[in-house]
Design a protein. Structure first.
Length: 396
């Protein structure tokens, strides 16, 4: 396998084999979407989203989802497929992508996988352990147990039934602890045992030719792009979008949709400013206030000082100051969380670069008239770039 940024030796277009699958991987805010649109306009590609946030309906601003007009012109598979109250497992994603790749090839198109959810990509390229999906009734039972007795009780139980996972997981990692217990209760087998079983990946398919383009831009440039994107989100009304979601859906703070970067920080802001949205009868106010705790001390102390020094008629001014502080803290936390997301994405990309070749190229005889898949190269090839412009030059 070649891990190279030298585009002179091999270009995908126009010599890309009909059985190809192209992955365009890059951190958040790096410009993947613009290049995907340009590739779509060539007429050779269909777009498959690899983004764990774009799957949710009505979550548009905070996910930087393409507009309705853009989606009409540049259709994306796996966008707006579930409500924010629903869950979508990595296994479901892999199954959907397998089906879509086959459909794209049947349509004479090359699937272009575009997005920044690196865990999804690793599942496609390196494979998934055969851990079964959680049964809805078991999931509900474990969640009720957590609410009744706290995550620490579940963590202690995990130590009794799965010492390996207990040692590996942080005691506050609610999502993974509950998932491990769900698997054990459902199968009587620890999740750590399931995870040791052999993995199978879509990229190992001998009838497909996978090309992975990993773009890792300079950090300072990306941080500036992230800050600009967040400014756009605040100006477009991310806070109002979260309030509309709370009005429309019976959300809880532990839903995967509400753990998305940006949405999490807005929820915390709404709790800390005692927003009346949580009085809605379909929302469990206690869950939100439990999730985010008391006001941060910097806000709480400032609020108390202001109220102590202000006349009663000016108390609204102190409340306004508290809200401004909470708003600024929300924006700072969202910026930090997005930068941390990008950092994790770089880590995943480096893991991708270490993946081994999954097949030996099949030589094509220059005298052969056979143009079927039997004469195509069946490989997993990975290329690294530092800018999206380099990736574009490689593809076009």
């Amino acid at each position: 396998m070649q891990h190279s940024s030298d585009s002179s030796s091999y270009r995908l277009n126009p010599n890309l084999a009909d059985n190809s699958v192209v992955c365009l991987m890059a951190p958040t805010a790096s410009g993947k979407t613009a290049l995907a649109y340009e590739l779509y306009d060539t007429g050779r590609y269909e777009l498959i989203s690899v983004d764990s946030a774009l799957i949710y309906r009505d979550m548009n601003i905070g996910t930087a989802k393409p507009t309705t007009e853009e989606l009409a012109r540049y259709p994306h598979h796996l966008v707006d497929i579930i409500d924010p109250t629903q869950s979508y497992s990595v296994a479901e994603f892999v199954n959907d992508v397998a089906r879509l790749i086959d459909r794209c090839h049947e349509n004479g198109k090359i699937p272009l996988l575009i997005g920044g959810t690196m865990m999804y990509y690793m599942a496609l390229l390196d494979g998934l352990s055969p851990v079964p999906d959680s049964d809805d009734s078991v999931r509900a039972r474990v969640e009720q147990w957590r609410q009744d007795e706290s995550i620490s009780v579940l963590y202690d139980y995990l130590g009794e039934v799965d010492a390996v996972s207990h040692q590996r997981l942080n005691a506050t990692d609610t999502q993974r602890i509950t998932r491990a217990i769900e698997v054990y209760l459902q199968t009587d087998i620890p999740i750590s045992d399931w995870q040791r079983k052999p993995k199978q990946a879509l990229a190992h398919n001998p009838n497909q030719n996978w090309h992975v383009l990993a773009v890792m831009p300079d950090r300072p440039w990306l941080h500036e792009r992230i800050e600009q994107r967040l400014d756009i989100m605040w100006n477009e009304g991310l806070v109002a979008e979260v309030i509309r979601l709370l009005e429309q859906y019976p959300l809880t703070p532990n839903l995967p949709s509400m753990r998305c970067v940006g949405y999490r920080q807005v929820l915390e802001y709404l709790v800390h400013t005692n927003h009346p949205i949580f009085e809605q009868p379909h929302l469990d106010k206690a869950l939100f206030y439990e999730a985010f705790g008391e006001l941060d001390s910097s806000i709480s102390n400032k609020s108390q000082q202001d109220k102590a020094s202000q006349p009663l008629l000016e108390s609204s001014s102190a409340d306004s100051q508290t809200e401004l502080l909470a708003c600024q803290q929300m924006q700072n936390k969202a910026l930090y969380a997005t930068r941390q997301l990008a950092k994790r994405q770089y880590t995943w990309l480096r893991k991708v670069m270490q993946l081994p070749s999954t097949a030996t190229p099949v030589a094509i005889s220059p005298n052969s008239a056979d143009d079927t898949n039997d004469s195509m190269n069946h490989t997993l090839e990975i290329k690294a770039f530092t800018t999206m412009a380099e990736a574009r030059n490689y593809l076009l």
